[in-house]
Design a protein around this ligand. Structure first.
Ligand code: AR6
Length: 369
């Protein structure tokens, strides 16, 4: 018992309902009703709503408030008493521990979750995603070994979007412009257009529009690093940078996304030539290849290079859509979903206009009558 209590003390530092575990999120999907109930304690919210202004490239994700000042220390608890909870004694033990947890300022959710198979006896690993201390490799191995459900307690974002809740884009028949690619029905249900903050997507991999250092920056890069926490920069530092058009993968750490694929878009402030076009296409292709090599089946892209790097978005959209289309034609069995994540209303419009050219609906047969 002494060990149990000391384990509890060393495990729990955060007061009741703070830290990432403060979020008790219940998604009830049944009878067509969905509740997303988030218990929060008034800690600063992680903004991330898409900008409504058409201003480009200077989305001040950096202004979004820093968050999660508490230190969540996670642990793996091992059961030593089998499933003692089914006996009356076990049930008393449970209740006692839940009460003890509450008295100690421990989230009841944590206690119940930790004790569901028996008594606390050991801490196998401490995870602190708010600190740069600690071994990123161990942290990564631990997080990647978790199920999505188990990983949720480590998210540092204030909310997350499940893959199943991200609508699939369906082409409307009768597009006014002639498609640039033939229809491929194997690609139905594989494309989404998501308007919002990429850091909130609970998918296999999100793509980061990074710079060659891979050590963070502004725009979407800054947002991803802030949301993932300092371990991401530690792993990035081990990668020794990335060339334009290349892609490298890391763990997502405090992000709902399992992986981050970092790619470096071309700087196009001096205009777009063949070299910039090729580099932008390489970003998309290499990111998709990196995803499939790592068995990531759902991938989200921001509009690479179209912010700080100045690539005209009305040109970039074609490179993005053409490359994804070509890749999916050859590898549709390796990917379940490719999500184009737009942050600006103007980008959403561009994608809505151009998606039917690359992912057309079945041709409508015109009646002769
Ligand atoms: N979620 C989704 N998209 C976003 C988000 C977000 N949270 N925040 C911005 N965007 P940019 P770049 C969109 O400037 O042009 C960094 O400093 C934004 O609206 O982030 O490739 C790097 O370190 C735009 O559509 O990336 C590099 O130095 C898109 O993300 C440099 O910027 C890309 O804009 C890279 O510049």
């Amino acid at each position: 018992m002494a060990l149990q209590i000391s384990a509890l003390f060393s495990y729990i530092r955060a007061p009741l309902f703070t830290g990432p575990l403060s979020r008790v999120r219940a998604d009830f999907k049944g009878a067509g009703v969905k509740f997303k109930h988030i218990l929060n304690t008034g800690r600063p919210q992680f903004g991330g709503k898409p900008a409504t202004s058409p201003l480009r490239g200077h989305i001040n994700v950096a202004l979004r408030t820093e968050k999660f000042s508490t230190t969540p220390t996670a642990a793996l608890w091992k059961s030593s008493q089998g499933n003692g909870s089914s006996s009356p004694r076990g049930r008393r033990g449970w209740l006692g521990k839940v009460a003890l947890g509450a008295a100690l300022g421990v989230s009841t959710v944590v206690v119940v979750q930790s004790l569901h198979t028996g008594t606390l006896t050991a801490m196998a690993l401490k995870i602190n995603l708010n600190s740069a201390e600690g071994d990123w490799k161990e942290t990564k191995d631990f997080l990647l070994s978790q199920t999505v459900n188990d990983r949720r307690q480590y998210y540092r974002t204030s909310s997350y979007e499940k893959l199943d809740d991200i609508p699939v884009w369906t082409p409307a028949a009768g597009a006014s412009e002639q498609p640039l690619h033939p229809r491929n029905e194997k690609l139905d249900h594989k494309i989404s257009l998501y308007s919002g903050d990429i850091t909130e997507l609970e998918i296999d991999a999100i793509v980061n529009a990074a710079n060659k250092t891979l050590l963070g920056g502004g725009g979407v890069d800054g947002a991803i690093h802030r949301a993932a926490g300092p371990m991401l920069k530690k792993e990035c530092a081990s990668l020794h940078g990335c060339e334009t058009g290349e892609a490298k993968i890391t763990c997502g750490y405090g992000l709902p996304s399992k992986y981050v694929i970092h790619t470096v878009g071309p700087i196009a402030q001096g205009g777009v030539g063949e070299e910039e076009k090729r580099a932008l296409r390489s970003c998309y292709k290499n990111s998709l290849e990196t995803a499939t090599k790592n068995a990531a089946r759902s991938v989200a892209f921001p509009c690479i290079s179209t912010g700080i790097y100045g690539y005209p978005p009305e040109q970039a959209v074609h490179e993005a859509l053409a490359t994804v289309r070509e890749y999916l034609d050859h590898h549709h069995d390796k990917l379940d979903r490719v999500i184009f994540c737009v942050f600006l209303p103007t980008d959403k419009e561009l994608y809505l206009q151009n998606l039917p050219l690359y992912f057309p609906a079945e041709a409508t047969v015109m009646s002769k009558l």
